[in-house]
Design a binder for this molecule. Structure first.
Ligand SMILES: NC(=O)c1ccc[n+]([C@@H]2O[C@H](COP(=O)([O-])OP(=O)(O)OC[C@H]3O[C@@H](n4cnc5c(N)ncnc54)[C@H](OP(=O)(O)O)[C@@H]3O)[C@@H](O)[C@H]2O)c1
Length: 325
């Protein structure tokens, strides 16, 4: 497993991080969760990404993963959590107020059963809370010794610049990392954010690098039982799996096989082709998927012609224009 420097900071992240949004809640078998986490660690994945409301039910992923991580040496792993999305009822259960951020952090630490998080994020921008309030809450978390590094997720390019500058001018703990959605099918970060992170010295960890599974071969012949798209009200929407889009995925799959890789491996190599991307934040439902994905490093390089060919294929995809750079 290669480890990449998180922006200008001394912290190194594994180029692949395991996220626990799906398949680690109260509805998933404990044995499978344990197998995924332990085999991830065995293959050099030292970073596990959580948030207050991962489940279902909310909070259960932190409880389950926390129990499993007790089996690993704390100083050899990074544990991440976030606050900002809806977690508990009432006006303090979500968003970016100091009240929510710090109460949520305390709850998350208790659920995971650790004294501190290595990384802690503002999970989404909040138009109603001034940035200095949210950044100030992250700073307090660091000063209280509950968090080592802080970051932001899904903040726009401009809000990222503003946040970093507020931290600097107030003497707050600096931002270390940004967590945006980034994949072959969602390239909004190429419209400025990736340059901004590079310039400000922030690391970038790309979530949903497989577009929740669409950038694998699993949907080429329909929607398999038990897959993410098969779940009712799935976060992977059926229109994203239109016939037109599946044809594009087929073309990508053909190209990946010509490279001697699976499509999942090619999609991860593609996200990591820019060194400013510190880590690809994958999800998984089995340890076999994790093992397949970490093998991407055997064939991670692209020629310029190949990247152009991939762009030509991707131009045929039918997804909202906001996802494109
Ligand atoms: N900051 C934020 O707002 C935010 C938002 C979303 C996610 N995240 C983070 O990002 C993490 C990853 O999100 P994600 O799970 O959507 O990522 P993803 O890597 O794009 O998708 C993961 C899914 O792809 C499928 N998959 C993975 N490897 C495969 C393989 N080799 N072959 C076939 N299928 C494969 C599995 O689907 P099946 O389950 O169908 O098998 C798996 O659950 C989350 O756990 C969370 O930590 C953050």
């Amino acid at each position: 497993m290669p480890y990449r420097k998180c922006g200008r900071w001394g912290l190194k992240l594994p180029a692949i991080t395991l996220g626990c949004w799906h398949n680690f809640g109260g509805d998933s078998p404990t044995r499978n969760q344990k197998e995924m986490i332990l085999s991830a660690f065995d293959h050099g994945i030292t970073h596990f990404d959580l948030a207050n409301n991962y489940g279902p039910p909310y909070g259960s992923a932190e409880l389950n993963v926390g129990k499993i991580l007790k089996e690993l040496p704390r100083d050899e792993i990074l544990i991440t959590s976030k606050a900002g999305y809806d977690m508990w009822p009432g006006p303090y259960g979500e968003w970016g107020s100091r009240k929510h951020m710090l109460a949520s952090l305390d709850q998350s630490l208790r659920r995971v059963g650790v004294e501190y998080f290595d990384l802690f994020y503002s999970h989404r921008p909040d138009q109603d809370s001034p940035l200095d309030e949210t950044m100030g809450a992250l700073d307090t978390a660091v000063r209280q010794g509950k968090v080592l590094y802080v970051g932001i997720s899904s903040y726009s390019d401009q809000m990222t610049r503003d946040s970093a500058s507020i931290c600097k001018s107030n003497g707050f703990a600096p931002l270390t990392i940004h967590q945006p959605n980034y994949s072959m099918l969602n390239r909004w970060v190429e419209n400025g954010l990736i340059d901004t992170c590079g310039e400000l010295g922030l690391g970038m960890i790309a979530f949903c690098p497989l577009f929740q599974g669409l950038l694998t071969d699993k949907y080429l012949n329909g929607i398999p039982d038990g897959s993410r798209a098969s779940i009712q009200n799935s976060s992977l929407r059926k229109n994203e799996l239109s016939d037109q889009n599946i044809k594009v995925i087929q073309e990508l799959n053909d190209h990946s096989l010509q490279r001697g890789q699976s499509l999942a491996q090619m999609a991860l190599s593609w996200v990591l082709r820019d060194q400013r991307v510190t880590s690809a934040l994958i999800g998984a439902s089995t340890s076999e998927q994790i093992l397949e994905n970490v093998k991407m490093f055997e064939q991670a390089e692209f020629s310029v012609d190949e990247l152009r060919k991939i762009d030509r294929i991707l131009a045929k995809i039918n997804l909202p224009k906001s996802l494109w750079a």
